[in-house]
Design a protein around this ligand. Structure first.
Ligand code: AMP
Length: 196
């Protein structure tokens, strides 16, 4: 079973990265999603690549929903021009809400916050708590060291190759969107419910 991808939950850096090419690639993804009528759910920040993604999608006429914990809004880190900014109590509620709203999870370049969110989404898929595709948008080989580590885990017997094969790695917005829409949940997976 799979569902049409109408909302993508995006994880990406609150920093811009040293190379302006990261922001360009992330903005291009934002424009692409907007042009395809795919909304973005993300962490609600205005800094770094998060802001670049949201701004580009909004400028392209797309819908962007931010989900941000109260503590970060108070520190004025929230983006004020979004389609909707949902303010939640804490990080746990944020991740739960972001997981519920999106039809797919995509990690764009980022730091440890991005990694943590990506791995949680992928782990939940492995456990059968949801049946939504999980992807890496691989800008200029940014995610290759992580992909190598994942392949190393398979070789070392800590990750079943079937779970590795479920992971989408794409380096263009077109390639990513078509992989998300062509993805099929593993047979026997249960749907919908993520751990509270
Ligand atoms: P990082 O990759 O460490 O920069 O963290 C980015 C991820 O963590 C994003 O996907 C957000 O969900 C969350 N995050 C980190 N910093 C912020 C911030 N200043 N405002 C909103 N969300 C943030």
């Amino acid at each position: 079973m799979s569902r049409p991808v109408r909302w993508v939950t995006a994880f990406t850096g609150s920093s811009p990265g040293v190379d302006p090419g990261y922001a360009d690639a992330v903005a291009s993804m934002g424009r692409h999603l907007a042009a395809d009528g795919v909304g973005i759910v993300y962490g609600g920040g205005r800094a770094g690549l998060m802001g670049a993604l949201a701004d580009a999608a909004l400028a392209g006429g797309g819908q962007v929903v931010g989900v941000i914990p109260e503590a970060l809004v108070v520190r004025e880190l929230g983006h004020r021009e979004l389609t909707r900014l949902e303010v939640v109590a804490d990080m746990h509620e944020r991740k739960q809400r972001m997981a519920t709203l999106g039809d797919a999870f995509v990690a764009l370049p980022g730091g440890i916050g991005t990694l943590e969110e990506f791995f949680e989404a992928w782990t939940w898929l492995q456990l059968g708590f949801h049946t939504k595709p999980v992807a890496l948008f691989d800008v200029d080989g940014f995610w290759q060291p992580l992909v190598d580590m994942v392949d190393h885990m398979v070789a070392a017997g800590f990750l079943a190759s079937g779970y590795r094969e479920q992971l989408i790695v794409a380096d263009t917005p077109d390639g990513l969107l078509s992989a998300l829409n062509g993805w099929r949940a593993p047979s026997g997976a249960t749907d919908g419910r993520s751990p509270a």
